[in-house]
Design a protein around this ligand. Structure first.
Ligand code: IVH
Length: 251
């Protein structure tokens, strides 16, 4: 790796589309989302997972037989920028997965700049008379857009993985099991997440996350509520742009 800076990013097709979520700032809309699902799946309990919404840049990494092959931005959801060389500079991103890696794994997550690293970087920039970044997300995005990976390598970036795209060689039936899998493979993921079985439990988890999120090294701008069972996700179906399987609550 290393070498001359790129002139432009190559384009990469995602194996599975990278979708985004419906956002809300209101607990009532979260309630409507859950009630809608209850109507679609009458007489079924619908367990969900509530997890932090990391305020960074969405990325997709592709591992083949445990080896990192490429990394891409979301782009238009179908095709993104090839940012492999930049992603490889992030220390916590494994180039080789640990243990029994699946044959193919497209793993989705969010690249962030730590709150502390952001403050330090801006202080240094301002001292050097350089323009400062507006917030850690902009600064993570700017760092990933560098055509010279040597610059990205100097930025205090991290990553949190929260989902999968195309997968071959393992069968995942519940989202809650993803956290253990990611950990075993050496892929960083959220330390805190909540299982909830009812609207009351969902709202309690969202409120608890709002209190503890300030302790995280990365910024969070909300909570993501995800249907736990992949079978129930299938029954619920997805809309063209926004999957019905999850919902983002913004603080
Ligand atoms: S799940 C199909 N989980 O928030 C579901 N997204 O629209 C895909 N984000 O830009 C997203 N933290 O990049 C999911 N724990 C999390 C997340 C998360 C941050 C971002 C994601 C997307 C937006 C949601």
């Amino acid at each position: 790796m290393g070498g001359a800076p790129l002139k432009a990013f190559a384009q990469v097709s995602h194996r599975a589309p990278m979708l985004s979520l419906d956002n809300t700032y209101s607990e009532k809309e979260v309630a409507d989302f859950y009630r809608r699902m209850e109507k679609l799946l009458p007489n079924e309990k619908i367990p969900v997972v509530v997890e932090p919404k990391v305020d960074g840049v969405a990325v997709s990494l592709f591992y083949e037989k445990g080896r990192l092959k490429y990394a891409a931005t979301r782009g238009d959801g179908t095709v993104g920028d090839d940012i492999t060389q930049n992603i490889r500079t992030i220390r916590t991103v494994p180039k080789q997965l640990k243990g029994d890696a699946p044959k193919l794994l497209e793993v989705r997550g969010e690249v962030f700049m730590t709150k502390e690293g952001f403050a330090k970087l801006n202080a240094e920039r301002s001292e050097a008379g350089l323009p400062v970044f507006a917030n850690p997300r902009n600064s993570a995005a700017g760092s990933l857009k560098q055509l010279n990976p040597a610059i990205t390598a100097q930025r205090p970036l991290g990553v949190i993985f929260y989902g999968t795209g195309a997968v071959e060689g393992i069968e995942l039936k519940h989202h809650a099991k993803l956290f253990g899998l990611l950990k075993r493979l050496g892929l960083p993921c959220s330390e805190r997440w909540w299982s909830a079985d009812s609207l009351e439990e969902i709202l309690a988890a969202i409120r608890e996350l709002e209190k503890v999120r300030h302790d995280f090294v990365y910024e969070t701008d909300g909570a993501v509520v995800k249907v736990d069972s992949f079978l129930q996700r299938e029954s619920l179906g997805i809309t063209a742009k926004s999957p019905r399987l999850a919902y983002a609550f913004k603080y």
